[in-house]
Design a binder for this molecule. Structure first.
Ligand code: B12
Ligand code: SF4
Length: 515
């Protein structure tokens, strides 16, 4: 006899074994299967449920597809992070609710985890899953199938008589205790048609021991770094890349190098296994700096081709404000040199407009970027504008910083570091920084991790505009941006790889997420 409490979500169809997931477009051409949903799918598949994933990036008629698939399904799960993904989340959920008001819509991922109450207060959201979703979603599905209340399912927020109810959080599980991701659900052919590369994401460790003030990581994972054993990583990555003929894996760990010994053992294992795929990692600059040239060479031999690092600022004042005391600029020069020598691309992220960054501090950062790129051709930078994410330490100070934060789920859709306008960086100042960022883009070569770059013609034109762009950055002069105009024209002539099937074009600018 079931001791579970009565229904919270009334259901007018017979229980189904089919679960539909939707992954909204994330405004990047770096397209591959969403790891979050592949993770959540495994326990369901193992228990005999049918799982359908509809990823908007490879499905232009995604709304119709979702509406079609939910007809005989038990529930709809959506994965999202803060920002533009919310737009399609709203569109699809509203369409489903218009079809059947009591069809369960479950939201999971970083945004619902960080703002669970506000998310649950949205009319079309029935359940939010906070934190790791593998076991929580499985239990939610079982309860829905049994017609039971979600009371007692840890990690879940749901509605009772229209009022939000939150169960206690589910304790974090180490990665090694979680099941492998269901890569078999991924349509790698479709993703390849979008971005020109056949690749996947893989995760080998969770969390990060640091607590940068703009980062949400500590808020979710509590700085409790834990990783898979080298043997497991080697075995799984070798298997996935062989089975699905992948040329590349993007290891999305927040800080892959926390255990350097583990990293080197993974490299040794991959060399021994004779692997041929390329892989890229995210790591902090201080840990990359600990790698000797021999160690980097070993990593390179094993396929590592890029280390993505979040420098974020070169101003000592701002670095302190960001709580990045672990970072030493001098070390970055040395490790960049070693990376380039070993054949590993050092790729860096920068945040402009952090509170406390004035024009002097911004100049220090731009000078540093240019110095690195000039001294070490091959090093690359990606820039963003500071955006205080919920869950990050600095988010608690938004009111005193004069930043108005959205008060509803839908309001967060425009929250995106590509465009962020801040009280201290708006109007012509904001425009100037955006133009400067455009010049930084064309001044030095850089390639997105997971899309095929432009051809030789585009590169040649870019090189022609690179030199005047560098001069402008030197003189901090951005009026009459003719080189940017030339580049835009070029983008219109030389198209990115065009998908041959029904795939949707997204904005070409990519924004790798780095530590
Ligand atoms: C890979 C990645 C990307 C890739 C995504 C590629 C792709 N094809 O999916 C790209 C480069 C596009 C990207 C872009 C951005 N990203 Co990003 N990204 C990541 C990264 C490194 C890994 C995500 C991942 O797959 N993790 C592995 C999976 C298994 O974990 P997961 O996603 O957390 O999923 C688990 C739970 O959240 C939950 N869950 C997730 N979805 C669902 C759904 C349901 C129904 C359920 C029940 C559970 C559930 O269960 C899963 C298994 O436990 C994370 C950092 C991180 N540690 O996760 C940042 C992260 C998600 N990104 C972040 C940000 C800020 C961005 C950008 C804004 C960066 C930028 N500068 O532009 C953009 C936004 C893009 C957009 N949506 O509009 C933040 C999000 C913060 C927030 N508040 O939402 C993160 C957390 C980084 C950070 N520490 O700040 N990103
Ligand atoms: S920004 Fe990177 S280094 Fe800093 S806490 Fe987040 S994951 Fe760690």
């Amino acid at each position: 006899m079931s001791l579970r409490k009565p229904l919270i979500l009334s259901r007018s169809v017979a229980p189904s074994k089919k679960i539909v997931f939707f992954f909204p477009a994330f405004a990047s051409t770096e397209a591959t299967a969403p790891l979050s949903l592949l993770a959540v799918a495994t326990p369901l598949l193992r228990a005999g449920y049918q799982v359908v994933i509809i990823d908007s990036t490879i499905t232009p008629n995604f709304k119709e597809r979702v509406l079609h698939e939910v007809k005989d399904a038990l529930c709809l799960g959506i994965s999202l992070v803060t920002g533009p993904m919310i737009r399609e989340t709203v569109e699809v959920s509203r369409a489903v609710k218009a079809w059947k008001k009591d069809f369960p819509v479950i939201l999971g991922g970083w945004h619902p985890s960080l703002l669970p109450l506000q998310t649950l207060e949205t009319d079309f959201v029935d359940v939010v899953v906070r934190g790791q979703g593998e076991n929580t979603m499985f239990e939610v599905v079982q309860h829905l199938e049994d017609g039971a209340s979600l009371q007692g399912v840890s990690g879940v927020g749901f509605k009772r008589d229209g009022m939000p109810v939150f169960n206690p959080e589910r304790p974090l599980q180490p990665l090694a205790e979680l099941p492998p991701k269901a890569y078999e659900l991924a349509d790698f052919d479709a993703y390849e048609r979008i971005c020109g590369r056949r690749w996947a994401m893989y995760i080998s460790s969770l969390a990060c021991p640091f607590n940068c003030s703009y980062c949400t990581n500590a808020g979710v994972y509590g700085r409790q770094w834990n990783g898979l054993s080298p043997d497991q990583v080697v075995e799984e990555t070798f298997d996935i890349t062989t089975r699905y003929r992948l040329e590349m894996l993007w290891i999305v760990d927040d800080n892959f190098l926390v255990d350097i010994d583990r990293s080197l053992k993974i490299a040794e294992g991959l060399v021994r296994a004779g692997s041929t795929f390329k892989w890229s990692i995210q790591a902090t600059t201080n840990l990359t700096a600990r790698l000797s040239i021999n160690e980097l060479t070993l990593l390179r031999r094993s396929g590592l081709h890029q280390v993505c690092q979040g420098i974020e600022t070169a101003s000592p004042t701002v670095m302190k404000l960001m709580n990045k005391d672990f970072q030493v600029l001098g070390d970055i020069y040395q490790s960049t040199e070693r990376c380039i020598k070993a054949g590993v691309i050092p790729s860096f992220n920068i945040i402009f407009g952090f509170p406390g960054e004035g024009s002097k501090e911004r100049r220090e950062t731009v000078n540093f970027m240019m110095d690195i790129c000039r001294k070490f051709p091959g090093a690359e930078f990606w820039t963003n504008i500071f955006t205080p994410y919920p869950g990050s330490p600095i988010f608690h100070h938004t009111a005193e910083l004069g930043i108005e934060v959205p008060t509803s789920l839908e309001g967060w859709a425009d929250y995106f570091p590509r465009y962020t306008v801040l009280p201290w960086l708006k109007g012509s100042d904001h425009q100037r920084v955006q133009t400067m960022r455009d010049y930084l883009r064309i001044a030095f070569d850089r390639a997105p991790i997971a899309t095929k770059g432009h051809g030789w013609f585009a590169k040649a034109i870019q090189h022609l505009t690179a030199y005047p762009a560098r001069a402008r950055l030197n003189y901090d002069f951005y009026s009459f941006p003719v080189e940017l105009w030339i580049n835009r024209q070029l983008k219109n002539i030389v198209k990115l790889p065009k998908p041959s099937v029904d795939a949707k074009r997204l904005q070409p600018e990519t924004a790798p997420s780095c530590t």
